[in-house]
Write a protein that binds this ligand. Structure first.
Ligand code: SAH
Ligand code: SF4
Ligand code: F3S
Length: 486
């Protein structure tokens, strides 16, 4: 299939000239134009067109992908999980080197699909595209890619789609360095009917020395509490019972707002929304974890019993080099405060092993924190050098064998602790939000406790989205097998 002959349609210059300047009206104009193009294409082919949105990276990317899919469905595409589709978009991550490698590997497969389906369109967006060297590499070696855009102009997807669809040759590339804009109220296709991510802020100002996120996601921008509350009210009206408030550093929420609102205040406003049952958030930063927030978590009934509190390292020396702005002792005090106010709270974390200059003694400090805190679970990462970050050029990069050894020791400890923590609820009755029918066994459903522990129990899809009381009969490592108590 070839791309559309545009004689029946305005050309791209006319379209751009006729488009309204104001957002999001401009994007709705392009959605209408795209729908016309797709409808014509369907008639030519005698079938619907398929699209596949593949997400790499964090929950913020997952939420962005829901926005991309919302627009694709609105213009007439049918969603497919098969990447052999008419339109494929990779929403990329670049936080670690292996995230990039995955994308390059899979692009080769897409190229083969495209050779058989000439009209196939391939688009790339997300954090990796904010790196100039990546885009140069793509331009040189991946000429079959039709469209490349970044994190700051994702709201322009409909416009970029039309431009790319009508483009006869080469790749359309549109990358912005930064933005102060927040464009909202565009179509969104939620993955789950009963739960949703909600962006409360974008970007990051922290510049941890290992991390590329501030460079690819730009400066912190908070949405107004009014916009956030309105979005959640609309979601609740549409069947959502749980929200995950999203931001790279949620507890510094409010910077730059005309009327300063703390994250704790925001939680309070959201807790008042009728019909909403659960509030989660990710990710808080230890340096901004105020007593006000701990108090709000303890007080507000809808805020879940879970805190994901990234440690990164247990060594004060390394934390300083990481620019994390807390010490080992500060962190342990926070954990004590949390446990004192919210005894059942689950605490999870992120840890990096092998940061430049990390000695065995530094590593043992990390082990010490892990032993003291006894995390419910932890994501452990091997330090990945990101070009352009301060850590990339720091002396004493740790050799691979040492890092691997430390990583294995840490992982073992984290897993053993996790099992002990999870097991403490065995035999108790807990409220579980049912999320899906179990993938392996259709007679079971799978849900989450407020502290984020997974529970499987007999049930059917009619329970999805409901909070039910479940007796936790048997602990199997990181999850439970239970039964509903009526
Ligand atoms: N804003 C969040 C999460 C950012 S990325 C926070 O501050 O915690 C998620 C995790 O990836 C980080 O917590 C960190 O543990 C890990 N990470 C970030 N950059 C990394 C790098 N260069 N190498 C290895 N892990 C990294
Ligand atoms: Fe990266 Fe640090 Fe910002 Fe998290 S807080 S996104 S680790 S710079
Ligand atoms: Fe990755 Fe970007 Fe998230 S780099 S972790 S997808 S903010």
């Amino acid at each position: 299939m070839d791309k559309l002959e545009s004689k029946d349609f305005m050309n791209i210059t006319d379209l751009l000239n006729n488009a309204p300047d104001k957002e999001p009206e401009r994007q709705y104009y392009f959605i209408d134009e795209a729908a016309k193009l797709i409808s014509k294409k369907e008639q030519e082919l005698g079938r619907k067109l398929t699209c596949c949105v593949t997400t790499f990276g964090c929950q913020m990317n997952a939420r962005d992908s829901e926005k991309l899919l919302g627009i694709l469905k609105k213009i007439g595409y049918v969603e497919s999980t098969d990447e052999n589709a008419d339109f494929v978009i990779y929403n990329t991550c670049t936080v670690r080197e292996n995230a990039n490698n995955k994308v390059y590997g899979r692009l080769g497969i897409l190229h083969n699909y495209k050779k058989k389906n000439k009209g196939m369109m391939i688009a790339l967006c997300g954090c990796m595209m904010q790196e100039p060297t990546v885009v140069e590499n793509l331009q040189e070696h991946y000429k079959f890619v039709d469209l490349i855009f970044g994190t700051h102009n994702i709201y322009k997807f409909a416009e970029l789609f039309v431009t790319s669809f009508l483009n006869k040759k080469g790749t359309i590339i549109d990358i912005w360095k930064d933005t102060d804009k927040i464009v909202e109220n565009l179509p969104i296709e939620r993955k789950y009917s009963f739960k949703s991510g909600v962006n409360i802020m974008f970007g990051c100002n922290n510049f941890c020395t290992y991390c590329i996120v501030p460079y690819v996601r730009g400066r912190e921008r908070s949405r107004t509490p009014e916009d956030i509350v309105k979005e959640i009210k609309d979601l609740v009206a549409d069947g959502v019972v749980e929200v995950m408030l999203l931001g790279q550093n949620v507890n510094s929420y409010g910077i730059g707002l005309e009327e300063k609102t703390s994250f704790a205040k925001l939680l309070e406003m959201i807790n008042d929304i009728e019909g909403l049952k659960r509030i989660r958030f990710m990710t808080p930063h230890p340096k901004d974890l105020s007593d006000e927030l701990i108090d709000a978590m303890a007080r507000l009934d809808k805020v879940c019993n879970h805190m994901h509190l990234p440690l990164q390292s247990g060594s004060t020396e390394i934390l300083k080099k990481m620019n994390r702005r807390y010490t080992k002792e500060d962190y342990l005090v926070l954990v004590d405060k949390l446990r004192a106010r919210i005894p059942d709270i689950a605490i999870t974390t992120d840890i990096i092993v092998g940061f430049p200059g990390e000695t065995e003694e530094d590593f043992l400090e990390t082990i010490d924190v892990v032993e003291k805190v006894k995390y419910d679970s932890a994501f452990t990462f091997i330090y990945s050098k990101r070009t352009g970050t301060p850590a990339a050029t720091m002396p004493n990069q740790v050799d691979d064998a040492t890092v691997k050894d430390r990583f294995d020791r840490l992982l073992k400890l984290v897993q053993n602790n996790g099992h002990d923590k999870v097991r403490q609820f065995e035999g108790t009755v807990q409220e579980v939000l049912v999320e899906e029918v179990n993938e392996q066994d259709e007679t079971l459903v799978t849900g989450k406790m407020t502290n984020n522990i997974t529970v499987h129990f007999p049930g059917d899809k009619s329970l999805i989205g409901q909070i039910v009381k479940v007796k936790l009969n048997c602990c199997r490592g990181f999850y439970y097998i239970g039964e509903v108590i009526s």
